[in-house]
Design a protein around this ligand. Structure first.
Ligand code: 1HN
Length: 347
């Protein structure tokens, strides 16, 4: 009998015979493996801060930061339950630290970013330096850097954590350890890194030791001022408004090797042009309100909300006034691998 007329049952019998040898036919799965374009399992979603804030604060009465190590509510993509993922490659969560608490020192292979959502004055310490955090600050924790957090203020503090956990686990490359003291010893004054590396200058003889930016807190006041100054020339990108990426001043590359971070201003009256790219984006709203239409679905947002746009999902933004959005994605990795693509429509 010719191959064309082999019945399905004969084929299935053959698959069953080869299965114990750990073999399986490519032709049955080819279309799912090599898709003509990205087909993300992640879906667009929004977390409204005023709806979830009570749950976050409630966690403070259930467990201490010390016992939890990190008291975080994970933002799970609604279509990826149980996987601790907000996109296919990224983890995100909202972390609460109450007055007087310490989140003990540890380090791990995963890189982390913090984006401050609520509260003012808690600190994170990274590799011997403390930084005091304010809303809108972007703070990095490089891979394998000791870090602990503490809150010496009288108000709760909440920030968005972004980590490359799914990526590190995909490579089976996770290591972690705890320090033998809760708070690491400090070797530098607060603000040292920003002065040393964040003034458009570098100390003479500085040698790069890490792929992560040596500036570990990018204060919102400076970021906002840059956007406000630049808006005067009114050179709006049709897809993004005015969008800046955070950089490592030593290399000019993204601030972190695995995650790109951005801040954008969409001015009052600009509806952005449809756009998509292969990096799924996590957004945290800093100022303003509006709506993002993602594959026809409407995500409405306001200050402190988090929303996500998966890979290759057509979307555009509509704003009610000026809006300022922080975002992050896995773009640095995709670019280094030659995988990153965007579709700007006709723009
Ligand atoms: C971590 O170290 C932090 O340092 C937050 O604040 C969230 C999630 C998984 C693994 C490590 C932090 C984390 C984390």
């Amino acid at each position: 009998m010719s191959a064309e007329v082999q019945s399905n049952s004969e084929r299935q019998a053959y698959y069953d015979r080869i299965a114990p040898a750990h073999l399986t036919p490519l032709w049955e799965v080819f279309a799912d493996l090599v898709t003509p374009e990205p087909k993300s399992q992640a879906i667009p979603a929004v977390w409204h801060y005023d709806k979830i804030r009570p749950f976050i604060l409630e966690s403070g009465g259930l467990i201490t930061a010390m016992e939890a190590v990190r008291r975080v509510l994970i933002l799970e993509n609604p279509n990826l339950p149980g996987q601790s993922k907000i996109t296919n490659t990224l983890y995100a969560g909202l972390q609460l630290i109450l007055p007087g608490e310490v989140a003990p020192a540890h380090r791990h292979s995963q890189s982390a970013l913090r984006f401050i959502v609520e509260g003012q004055g808690a600190y994170t310490a990274v590799e011997g330096e403390k930084t005091i955090m304010s809303p809108g600050d972007f703070v990095t924790t490089p891979s394998w850097a000791w870090h602990d957090h503490g809150n010496d203020t009288d108000q709760p503090m909440v920030w968005l954590d972004g980590l490359d956990i799914p990526i590190v686990n995909f490579f089976d490359a996770s290591f972690a350890e705890n320090l033998d003291q809760d708070s690491q010893s400090l070797s530098k004054p607060a603000g040292d890194s920003l002065a040393r590396y964040g003034a458009g200058m570098l100390p003479m003889g500085y040698e790069q030791v890490s792929p992560t930016s040596p500036v570990f807190n990018y204060p919102y006041a400076r970021t906002r001022e840059a956007l406000e100054q630049m808006r005067k020339v009114e050179e709006w990108d049709p897809c993004h408004g005015l969008k800046m990426c955070y950089i490592n001043p030593v290399t000019g590359d993204y601030a972190m090797p695995t995650m790109a971070t951005f801040m954008q201003l969409i001015p009052n009256g600009l509806t952005t042009a449809p756009y998509r790219s292969t990096d799924g984006m996590v957004y945290s709203v800093v100022e303003g309100s509006g709506r993002t239409f993602a594959n026809g679905q409407e995500l409405s947002w306001g200050p402190r909300d988090t929303f996500i746009i998966p890979s290759w999902c057509h979307h555009h933004h509509e704003v009610d006034g000026d809006a300022v959005l922080f975002s992050f994605s896995d773009r640095p990795i995709q670019e280094k691998l030659g995988l990153w693509r965007q579709d700007r429509g006709n723009h």
